[in-house]
Design a protein around this ligand. Structure first.
Ligand code: 13P
Length: 251
């Protein structure tokens, strides 16, 4: 049985004051979500705050990106794995579509980030997803396989066991329009089979999260699908009550 993971990607949201209120609301309710892993993914400047407030709770935390550079050095604006470990991060998102699009991250850069994360004991949440145009052209699976294969070909077999995939159709992100249960199950099953072709055991243990307009109203249906092992939540993770409802739907 795979334990589900519900991760809140705060994106570029939050402030010291707002974060304290949100985190306190979540930790007050933590006894309600013992059977699910929960992670908060704030912007880099708030990792120290997350560590302070979340140590000794049931909640984990992580970062939204990591450098492709394995060592610290002259890389302005970048954040290394060692820095994330200084704040006891367990997770790091790599290849979010907002970074692939806005910062032109390539499949290979995303794969390299995943590898560096794993080599440092971090669990990468590797995002893959197609655009609306790609879906309408019938290219969904070929795009997802291209993105996933870059990772599969970069990691060693033992490293595959530490991977978390997140299927985030770009057209469903922040639009209020989630993919349908059938679309999600179809993709998740295909992604698991793709990994199984490399390593059957890793595929059985693989957490594949769904992300894209997950909210209390659709969480139960999505979280009940056989190949959905949790959620990567954007907007709804900023509202304690909504995020808790999604966690409970995954429990
Ligand atoms: P929304 O839940 O706001 O659609 O964002 C999804 C997402 O991009 C999570 O990484």
């Amino acid at each position: 049985m795979r334990k589900k993971l519900v991760a809140g990607n705060w994106k570029m949201n939050g402030s010291l004051t707002e974060n304290t209120a949100l985190i306190n609301s979540l930790t007050r309710q933590q006894s309600r979500f013992k059977t699910v892993q929960v992670a908060l993914i704030p912007p880099f400047p708030y990792l120290f705050q997350a560590q302070q407030l979340l140590t000794s709770t049931n909640l984990s935390w992580g970062a939204q990106d990591i450098s492709t550079e394995p060592q610290v050095g002259a890389f302005t604006g970048e954040v290394s794995a060692s820095m994330l470990l200084d704040f006891a991060c367990q997770y790091v998102i790599v290849g979010h579509s907002e970074r692939r699009q806005r910062h032109h991250e390539t499949d290979q850069e995303v794969a390299t980030k995943a590898k560096i994360a794993i080599e440092n004991g971090l669990k990468p949440i590797i995002c893959v997803g197609e655009s609306l145009v790609e879906r309408e052209k019938g290219e969904t699976l070929s795009v997802l396989y291209r993105q996933t294969d870059a990772v599969l070909n970069t990691l060693s077999l033992p490293q595959l066991q530490h991977v978390i995939l997140a299927y985030e159709p770009i057209w469903a992100i922040g639009t209020g329009k989630s993919a349908t249960a059938q679309q999600v199950q179809e993709v998740h099953q295909a992604l698991r089979q793709r990994v199984a072709a490399m390593d059957w055991v890793a595929a059985q243990g693989l957490n594949i999260l769904y992300g894209g307009s997950v909210k209390p109203a659709n969480a139960l249906e999505l979280m009940s699908l056989p190949d959905v092992d949790g959620a990567l939540v954007g907007g709804a993770s900023l509202v304690a009550e909504d995020f808790i409802a999604i966690i409970e739907a995954a429990a």
